[in-house]
Design a binder for this molecule. Structure first.
Ligand SMILES: Nc1nc2c(ncn2[C@@H]2O[C@H](COP(=O)(O)OP(=O)(O)O)[C@@H](O)[C@H]2O)c(=O)[nH]1
Ligand SMILES: [Mg+2]
Length: 361
């Protein structure tokens, strides 16, 4: 019955609309409406686009079991990217998720050909996911962000703007954080120590939200859990690093993937970073220096004991400091030897891959 009524009503509508009288009415109604609500359309300006000199921006999202967040994240990224005048691609790197994350990503990739994804067979870690994402990025600017909506996609334009000022890396700074108490404060401590040792002057090293020029991500090597120290790796290669304050949100879905082990791993990684970036080319400067100081202290102690023995006849063999002297000499020589071995290895593996060339003719 409905089916029969429908065409009738449509017909009557059509005939009414087509009549000149009706057309006039509609016209008047429209103008009446416009007069009554004159600013309706002006109030919602067309989305203002920001002029950015990057032709294409790659958004890299490493993720592990974030099925609920992915769709809202995608929508928010898209919304945010409408405000910049660059083309874009979104690369999801699924790190062996065991929930429906991959299904969601595949769905998104089907409806949007700017969405790409890589899926690992098993969990290799966030650094590995970032590294592989970096390798596949084709944009001149690369943005990384967490998948859990704690990083706000609305900040993308401001990161790009800062990057466009001429910096090589712009890190987000979660000035007001929505994380558990212990994490907030331990993170502050980590950041302080890292800033002190690395001399890279930013506040938040491990913010998921970062923007890079592509040559930066192509010349750094992120593995293990070194993603926490990317600004250090970049800073020490001579890239300019800056930061902008970004909005941080509490986790909306799921739970954090980094437990208490992050604190221990974080410290060990800091040592690795200090070591591999600062001393890898000159191990003798570290080991040789420590070895020399240690051995020198041992020699001073031994000479002093010898002097006392010769001139004052004080026995050596039952004095505890005698053993300390010997120990210091042995340990010092060992440090020295490690430094020498390190130098030999550096000498053998020397290549020019680690030097980042800025310009050439
Ligand atoms: N690729 C990859 N991403 C991960 C892994 N663990 C966490 N993530 C992602 O890294 C981001 C931050 O992780 P999260 O657990 O929220 O850490 P938190 O915010 O520091 O507590 C999220 O997008 C996670 O999905 C992992 O093992 N591999
Ligand atoms: Mg998080």
């Amino acid at each position: 019955m409905n089916g029969q009524n429908k065409p009738e009503s449509q017909n009557s509508q059509n005939s009414e609309q087509n009549s000149p009288q009706q057309q006039k009415k509609t016209y008047r109604r429209y103008h009446h409406y416009k007069k009554k609500y004159p600013s309706q359309q002006q109030k919602q300006p067309a989305v203002e686009t920001q002029a950015i000199s990057f032709k294409k921006v790659s958004i890299i999202v490493p993720l592990l079991n974030e099925e609920e967040s992915l769709r809202p994240l995608y929508n928010e990224i898209k919304k945010s990217l409408k405000t910049v005048n660059s083309d874009h691609e979104i690369i999801f790197v699924d790190d062996g998720s065991t929930d429906k994350s991959l299904v969601v990503i595949k769905d998104l990739a089907r409806i949007d050909n700017r969405v790409h994804f890589l899926s690992f067979r098993t969990n290799y870690g966030k650094s590995a996911a970032l590294q592989v994402g970096f390798k596949h990025a084709t944009g001149e600017a690369v943005i990384t962000m967490d998948a859990d909506l704690q990083d706000d996609p609305a900040e993308i334009p401001s990161l790009l703007k800062k990057l466009d000022e001429g910096f090589d890396l712009v890190s987000g700074w979660k000035k007001k954080r929505y994380d558990p108490f212990i994490k907030k404060y331990s993170s502050r401590f980590f950041n302080f120590v890292t800033r002190f040792f690395s001399k890279v002057k930013i506040h938040d090293f491990n913010c998921g939200l970062k923007a890079y020029r592509r040559h930066v991500v192509q010349s750094i090597n992120v593995y293990g859990e070194l993603h926490r120290y990317i600004p250090v790796l970049a800073g020490w290669k001579g890239f300019s690093v800056s930061e902008v304050v970004v909005k941080h949100n509490p986790r909306r879905y799921g739970k954090t993937k980094f437990g208490i082990s992050r604190f221990f791993k974080g410290f060990i990684d800091l040592i690795t970073v200090l070591f591999t970036t600062r001393y890898i080319q000159r191990p003798m400067h570290l080991f040789g220096f420590v070895g020399m100081i240690t051995a020198f202290a041992g020699v001073v102690i031994s000479l002093w004991l010898t002097y006392e023995k010769i001139f004052f006849g004080i026995g050596i063999n039952n004095r505890p400091i005698f053993f300390l002297g010997i120990l210091l000499i042995i340990v010092g020589v060992q440090f020295f030897a490690i430094g020498l071995l390190g130098e030999l290895m550096v000498h053998n593996f020397q290549n020019d891959r680690d030097y980042v060339i800025k310009e050439r003719k």
